[in-house]
Write a protein that binds this ligand. Structure first.
Ligand code: ATP
Ligand code: MG
Length: 140
């Protein structure tokens, strides 16, 4: 298995409930290393760019408003098969459908306020990491 990096966001619903540490513990117990991390407020243009792939979807404006509604924690996670591993650890987009033991099952409030983001493919991981981190901020 290849060592990969994936991009993660702890979303505003989770930072608002002081869940950064609880989610980080699940990430680390799930076998991933947090090799970069910072807390920030995403700007509106940044959020629109980040979710541009969803711009035709009916939930796009609500999603962007939610992502700028409070601080987030952006992260780079590293490990074997990190992209798929983190998707599995996050659970389904809709927490009602998420498997027991997943982050979204444990913490998400709704299909929108679902606590975490994780890249869905190697190409998106590279792009998303580059949107928020420079190389010297990632220490494996
Ligand atoms: P993410 O991209 O955040 O890791 P995901 O890949 O599981 O989540 P996507 O289909 O890429 O889900 O949707 C991106 C985000 O848009 C979701 O995480 C959620 O916050 C929001 N979203 C998705 N579907 C809906 C919906 N039907 N109603 C409201 N918000 C939604
Ligand atoms: Mg997605």
């Amino acid at each position: 298995m290849a060592v990969e990096r994936t991009f993660s966001i702890i979303k505003p619903d989770a930072t608002a409930r002081n869940l950064t540490g609880a989610i980080n513990a699940m990430i680390e117990q799930g076998g991933l290393r947090i090799v970069a991390q910072k807390r920030l407020c995403i700007s509106l243009p940044q959020a629109r760019k980040f979710y541009a792939v969803h711009k035709e979807r009916p939930f796009f404006n609500d999603l962007v408003d939610f992502m700028v509604s409070g601080p987030v924690v952006v992260q780079v996670l590293e490990g074997d098969n990190a992209i798929a591993k983190y998707r599995e650890l996050m659970g389904a987009t809709d927490p009602a459908k998420a498997a027991p033991g997943t982050i979204r099952k444990a913490h998400a409030k709704s299909i929108q306020e679902n606590s975490v983001h994780g890249s869905d493919a190697p190409e998106t991981a590279v792009k998303e990491i580059a949107q928020f981190f420079s190389d010297n901020e990632i220490v494996g």
